[in-house]
Design a protein around this ligand. Sequence first.
Ligand SMILES: NC(=O)C1=CN([C@@H]2O[C@H](COP(=O)(O)OP(=O)(O)OC[C@H]3O[C@@H](n4cnc5c(N)ncnc54)[C@H](OP(=O)(O)O)[C@@H]3O)[C@@H](O)[C@H]2O)C=CC1
Ligand SMILES: O=C1O[C@H](COP(=O)(O)O)[C@@H](O)[C@H](O)[C@H]1O
Length: 490
Amino acid sequence: MADRTDTPCDLMLFGALGDLAMRKLFPALYQLDRAGLLADNSRILALARRPLTIDPFRQQLAENLRTLVPEAEQNPEVIDRFIGRVDYLQLDFAEESRFESLNEWRNHDNQLIVYMATPPGLYGVIARNLKAGNCCTDRTRVVVEKPIGHDLESSRVVNDELGEVYQETQLFRMDHYLGKETVQNLIALRFANNLFASQWDQNHISHVEITVAESVGIEGRWGYFDRAGQLRDMVQSHLLQLLCLIAMDPPSDLSPDSIRDEKVKVLKALKTVNPDSVGQNVVRGQYTAGTSEGKPVPGYLEEEGANRSSETETFVAIKAELDNWRWAGVPFYIRTGKRLPEKLSQIIIHFKPAPHYIFDPDQKHLANNKLIIRLQPDEGMALKILTKEQGLDKGMRLRQGPLELTFSETFSEDRTPDAYERLLWEVMRGNQYLFLRRDEVEYAWRWVDRIIRNWHDSGEPPKRYAAGTWGPVASIAMITRDGRSWYEDV
Ligand SMILES: NC(=O)C1=CN([C@@H]2O[C@H](COP(=O)(O)OP(=O)(O)OC[C@H]3O[C@@H](n4cnc5c(N)ncnc54)[C@H](OP(=O)(O)O)[C@@H]3O)[C@@H](O)[C@H]2O)C=CC1
Ligand SMILES: O=C1O[C@H](COP(=O)(O)O)[C@@H](O)[C@H](O)[C@H]1O
């Protein structure tokens, strides 16, 4: 991935028994250790509320790694070394008096990293308690998870609370999509290939599609998800970040603020979805019973712990537009949902046809190039170009075929690190370029809040779709009205 940092880190992980920590963070830290990227004296303090002692915790952690880390990547020696770095402390994060003991655990020569894998309502409390417990220096780095708040107002409260204790340069606001290799590749694709740089605007691109489809349902997270919904959970963060990386102007360098300045300009240019356009340009849906991977699955309202009258959306499709010079008149159709037919994240750039068409009129529908960027799975990209059909009898009939780059085939020797490995590694190196600045989070909320307000005012319930389908038919109608369709690889 990169050079190891020789500065040993003390990582305090709040919420260490939670889903994120166990499923993503510990396996990622293990992988960093396996890659030799953790300095020898780096240590981890797992903090959670359950009364456990160190041995049962370490045992649970080792079992967890053996379940989640692919077998070929399990090295018993590294597992032992990694587990040996981890301590456990039972703590109620709201209990200020106990935070002194965190200071006693610290090695003051090490770089202190605080990771808050907890509900966002606790970020301010933890920050204040760390300060009160003398566990706060101006070198401390603090990682906070998404979502930051529930809307613009609450995100300001969270950011203000964090800001009372830490400087902006100390805050690492996570969006794990920015840690995905293929998402970082968008920066390389756009700004390292002049071929695309000169074609990347409304003169050459007709529209853009961003699809982030999940086949899973709520996975036991009903309590959290029902308060959030797919717009807050996925669009406010991941999809808007993808849109920013596609739409932003070239930054002058790769420094965090150069990149973040350009992303903020995109967010500011997002056209407000007003009451007149919300019905036309935004579709929200909720899944009913259906199938997933060939098996019957319950509807959202029948999931465990469900409130049967919930109107929370599990699907959203939006026709977004940008009011700026580069993208005037180019719609960005974005959609994301749970219980769709497959897990698939992809971006399609539809180029405009050549100015004058000279081939078979029946084939005119083929005449625009497409760049397909597959973020997951089957990471790679394909540029659909037109060539002549071969054969004496074919005249100048056209066909569309791909210039294909499948990362696993072309770069088969490279292991693709998980997003959290990359992001934790960047925190250890103190590099903020893959993390969000406060204003990014707030501009994203501003746009999303407006959509939510208009939904509430319209009183329209979400449209139903059967699990295992591509969302409500209204999302197909939304794009068909513009004479287009969602891309299907045929
Ligand atoms: N899970 C995921 O895939 C993702 C999660 N996130 C974000 O990461 C954060 C954590 O999510 P997730 O792991 O799923 O949540 P969980 O609810 O699984 O974990 C949160 C942990 O915090 C602990 N906790 C809560 N309050 C206190 C307290 N007062 N004192 C001590 N411990 C406390 C909980 O302990 P207890 O079990 O005792 O209640 C729990 O172990 C959230 O902000 C979430 O939005 C972001 C992206 C993906
Ligand atoms: O942040 C979140 O992301 C996951 C999807 O992430 P992926 O890396 O598996 O694509 C989503 O399921 C979850 O609801 C959301 O909180």
